[in-house]
Design a protein. Structure first.
Lengths: 400, 400
């Protein structure tokens, strides 16, 4: 039996224990040997839980036990996860994590450390929950130069956008519903402001370019300004509004951003609803591919963590190549990014035409405002022109 | 430089040379070393082609050259591909293939031989063209027991079904169009009779259960009987007709089949159009996932072959675990499989109700016939009842 430990017995950590238990036989068949959970590190005790005898409160118990080969980190946040993971790698243990904050911030460093120690640091569950996307990018799409990654990477906001589109309700109402259903946290900031999606697209872009993309540099807008009236216009245009996280390779370097976009029915992400995630990838020889599935949730996410454990168990003696150096990849200037913009303004159509030239007006039957879609222009050109309108009620970019 | 050879310089083989050339720098960065094509084996010469100096006609030139580490097989068909691949593995060379006929027939044996020789036999391109599906099944969804795989695995027939749905044209007309566009071969049998999809679902099912599933045992129906009238009924029901290849784990074992199905808009494969492929997978802990992309074509398929070459280059000293033993997995009795059936008959509605009990009638405005959907029943129960109707014009199963 290969001995493992779980650090952080919350939703995902307990899911890992559950998956190892449910599928123990088939997992053992895929490795040639079973995986046995020896320790669970947590500040709490779990009386009555099947793992109660395995609980330890001191990380060093795991660090010092040479029998433990695989350590799962499902604590979340950068510290103390970072310190703990580093100790494990330095002690020659392999690590699998679901922690996007840790991976976005310290990924390159931990990958390098794992390589140096000839162990593995894997993080499939950090993006897209149960959807295989890290390993496909790292091991499957290797013949390609990745030209574009566009994802619906946050299930909470996608659930909210879906409900707003279908029921015409306002943001605050659907947020309350999402919180009641357990899809949104009490403090929903990380989801609704796009911070969660931002870290995930930083990870995917780093893997696509093989260098460090700092999430702090990614232009990020959330969904908090999206209203029922915006949804009315979207419906009128035959579109939906989705929070997209995207990165594109351009002549000026990689462009990355997180923002709501209006998508038409022909867009591959148009049909991705509720808490589902999907990642669209374009390779220079592959063309278009898409990966779709449960982007969050206890068992789907745990499934990805345990798959990393299986991969590690098959590579106990070998570092799996991960192309992500600490060399920093500066992103292209966001102001130069080109988009088309849907705008709602209190200015009249004549003023709009005077400022923006030829535009597509949409009448959603809302009094006292004008809705229109611009031609393609840079972010800075749009910002300049928008100043000339008397009142901007809403701006949403239009997906290609 | 890692030396490689390509056997079979047709569409895919020449695509492999092209991809290795286009992305040589990024590929080298992902391995730490470049891949150099040393030989191209073909019966033909290719004067004027960039690879003309590399052409050899004798397979033994490659077998006997210890410098060649990776051999690509893109010849198609079981023989002589099988004999050649076996020689390469026995000589300690790694093999990547796009050949579904070879993999469906000899996969288990070649995987075992590769393991014995501590080399690799990879076949990502044999199913789904450029879509990563073999590696995800083999390396990503390993925490799960796979309960269902349902795929649109043949681009030619999906193109034809899409055009028939959109334009109301007949099978023969759309086949002619597909042949003119190069999507269908002069002899389209393998595609339109479902034989191609059958081999692919045999491969995926073998990987899902880790045992040998013989494609000859899979119930296979093609699309040749689908008519413009069937499409009219589908439209009336808000459905599309797709050629599905599917396998399901049931209490009675794995069920597998290839046949046209009527899909409603809520089905994840409903929106997969034209030459695109998609594979829906359900895992017991993951839930639902879907993989979508270019299922065929020169460069997408070559992208998958070259990705296998990169994986091999990273595992020159190590056999990558593939769970597919030669132990035979007998499929569940097809007669016991449960479906709902859409039927067109010249019998009147009263006779239909007398025979099938409660059904859903659909009036597509076609004179002299009755269209209806049955309740769920086994294949054999349906066949028995259908005999009691005077004239069956069409039978298409309805997707879940």
């Amino acid at each position: 039996m290969i001995k493992a430990a779980v650090m952080g017995y919350g939703t995902i950590g307990s899911g890992v224990a559950e998956v190892l238990n449910i599928n123990q036989e088939s997992i053992a068949a895929k490795i040639g040997e079973g995986i046995e959970l020896k320790y669970v590190l947590d500040v709490r005790d779990f009386p009555g839980d099947a793992i109660q005898e395995k609980v330890v409160h001191d990380v060093n118990v795991i660090v010092r036990d040479p029998e433990v080969k695989i350590v799962v980190e499902t604590m979340g946040g950068v510290e103390p996860a970072y310190t703990f993971v580093k100790s494990m790698l330095e002690a020659g243990k392999h690590v699998a994590t679901s922690n996007k904050a840790l991976v976005a911030d310290k990924g390159a460093e931990l990958i390098a450390l794992a390589k140096e120690k000839n162990v593995n640091f894997l993080f499939e569950a950090s993006v897209g929950g149960g959807i295989p996307i890290i390993r496909p990018l790292n091991s499957s799409l290797t013949a390609d130069e990745i030209e574009e990654i566009t994802g619906i990477l946050n299930g909470t906001t996608n659930y909210m956008m879906t409900r707003m589109a279908e029921e015409g309700v306002e943001f605050q109402d659907v947020l309350k519903d999402a919180q009641e259903k357990g899809y949104a946290e009490k403090d929903p900031t990380a989801d609704v402001e796009g911070y969660d999606a931002c870290r995930k697209i930083a990870i995917l872009t780093s893997l696509a370019c093989g260098q460090q993309v700092d999430f702090q540099e990614i232009h990020t807008e959330g969904i908090t300004k999206i209203s029922a009236v915006d949804m009315k216009y979207a419906k009128k245009m035959g579109r939906v509004i989705k929070l997209l996280a995207l990165s594109r390779k351009t002549d000026g370097g990689y462009q990355a951003m997180v923002a709501p976009f209006l998508l038409s029915q022909s867009h591959p992400l148009y049909h991705v609803n509720d808490v589902f995630n999907a990642i669209f990838v374009r390779g220079n020889v592959l063309g278009d591919a898409m990966f779709y599935g449960s982007g969050a949730g206890k068992l789907p996410t745990a499934s990805a963590v345990v798959a990393d454990m299986v991969d590690i168990a098959r590579h106990l003696d070998k570092n799996i190549w991960v192309e992500w150096s600490s060399k920093k990849m500066a992103l292209a200037d966001f102001k130069k990014a080109e988009h088309t913009f849907f705008v709602r303004t209190s200015s009249d159509p004549k003023t709009v035409s005077d400022v923006f030239g030829e535009v597509d007006f949409t009448d959603a039957g809302i009094e006292g405002e004008t809705g229109f879609v611009t031609s393609v222009m840079t972010e800075e050109a749009f910002a300049d022109k928008a100043k000339e309108l008397s009142g901007i009620l809403s701006v949403i970019r239009v997906g290609k």
